[in-house]
Design a protein around this ligand. Structure first.
Ligand SMILES: [Zn+2]
Length: 300
């Protein structure tokens, strides 16, 4: 009996390993040209930005570790130079999961100081009841900043701009003023409800202020790389802002009227935004996020 159980356990572990591998085996890295030397790579996880030139490759986010070889192959199609700098827009594994692999290759990892804090310690998510163990030290950012930072590379200025308590407490926009391109990380989920990581210091009001900051930087010609979704324009960002601010106001109004979270969920507040809830965050979850955020603010 004991042997049978052990065999069963081994088989189950093998199946789960096989499943984990196959999830990434089928992923194809798709390269989208943004400008002559800036690209957006799509695979599984957050959108990657790649800026190539004589000085080397400047990279924004790196998705999941099992995809690193495929991502390197896609970058090699764009440049024969190594990845010199890698910026993390925030600490989440679908954006920074490849840090260890790129760090081992010699990339200098740069991020907001709270990204280093979170990558270097175990992180528990109450929302998902999941603990993410600390990453190995080679995956930690070696250059950190508190507010803003400029890089001068490949003949252009690259501005790293921290936005406060938005998707997390360590979000960075990467702004290319000379190319009019902005990577917003997960402060922008195009055409879908966002995940806002309240447990990592994110907040809905901060997320709204981050979008306002992005709207100040951009114009009708700006090409915006969202954390998730296809290449975007300022008009898409505006729709996203209207959705999030409308949802925030609606939930708040119901809370002030004394409704419970379940009553709010059944009130049909998201009906006109139903198509925004087909992704990772559905209609119930966006209400949960906004409700929890307002509830924690008011109990402070
Ligand atoms: Zn994220």
């Amino acid at each position: 009996m004991k042997n049978l159980l052990v065999t069963l356990l081994v088989v189950m572990i093998c199946i789960s390993i096989a499943n984990a591998q196959s999830r990434f085996d089928d992923v194809v890295i798709k390269t989208n040209k943004v400008t002559e030397n800036i690209y957006m790579l799509e695979g599984s996880g957050g959108n990657i930005g790649v800026f190539v030139g004589d000085d080397g490759v400047f990279m924004i986010d790196d998705q999941y570790a099992p995809l690193s070889e495929k991502i390197k192959a896609a970058i090699a199609e764009l440049s024969d130079k190594p990845v010199k700098y890698l910026v993390n827009t925030h600490w989440h594994g679908d954006h920074a999961g490849g840090n260890e692999n790129f760090g081992k290759d010699g990339a200098t990892i740069i991020a907001h100081e709270n990204v280093r804090k979170r990558l270097s310690t175990d992180q528990h998510s109450k929302a998902f009841n999941r603990t993410t163990p600390a990453a190995p030290s080679v995956a930690w950012p070696v250059i950190t900043f508190a507010e803003d930072m400029n890089l001068h590379i490949n003949g252009q200025q690259v501005m790293l701009i921290h936005v406060h308590y938005a998707h997390t407490d360590g979000d960075t926009f990467v702004w290319f003023p000379d190319s009019n391109v902005l990577h917003m990380g997960d402060c922008f989920f195009k055409d879908r409800f966002p995940y806002i990581d309240l447990g990592s210091g994110g907040s809905v009001s901060g997320a709204l202020r981050a979008i306002e900051a992005a709207m100040m930087l951009t114009d009708a010609d700006t090409q915006i790389i969202p954390g998730h979704g296809t290449m975007a324009a300022k008009s898409d960002l505006l729709s996203y802002y209207q959705m999030l601010s409308t949802m925030y106001d609606r939930v708040k109004k119901e809370m002030v009227a004394g409704k419970s979270v379940d009553e709010i969920k059944s009130a049909g507040l998201t009906d006109d935004y139903a198509e925004w809830g087909t992704g990772f965050i559905n209609e119930e979850r966006i209400i949960d996020i906004i409700w929890t955020d307002i509830d924690s603010q008011s109990s402070k």
